[in-house]
Design a protein around this ligand. Sequence first.
Ligand code: IMP
Ligand code: MG
Length: 178
Amino acid sequence: MNNDFERVLLSAKEIEKITEKLAQQITEDYNGKDLLVIGLLKGSFVFISDLVRHIDLPCKLDFMSVSSYGSSTSSSGNVKILMDCSLPIDNANVLIVEDIIDSGNTLSYIVDYIYRKGASDVKICTLLNKPKRRETHVDIQYEGTTIDDNFVAGYGMDYNETYRNIPYIGILKKEIYS
Ligand code: IMP
Ligand code: MG
């Protein structure tokens, strides 16, 4: 285990199981429908690549890059779109893929934004959910697992742009970010 972690929260095997289950549910729900999967960069890049390979349907894939960090470990309501998606969204069934939902500020803004761009349906798939930290309500249709109020990293998620390449998810030691 990386020494900056207090402990492993989810092993690569556990993440794989969760991801396969989510993909199976998505495959059933979108059967016969067009599907546009939009990943939020950078945090979701590992999760989305595993998830879509288990979605057994034709689907389109796009990315957006958003930032909303107020301080180093919590987001603000100020969501900035650093890179917009490029495929047409008009009348699309959009599935937004996110690594973790914390305050909910980012996702509630993005869902609204994608509806305003003309999507006919917008749903959310997140690997992790930290409901204790919620400030803005978001409807989550596909959730991997709920976690406590700890700062986690790995499997795409970072602290200060580090740890994204670690294949499991760990709880970061408080001394690393405080
Ligand atoms: P929200 O707007 O507060 O819901 O923030 C969502 C974004 O904050 C996520 O997409 C992550 O990129 C980041 N984030 C929130 N909690 C964590 C964490 O524990 N570790 C790493 N990134 C996090
Ligand atoms: Mg993110």
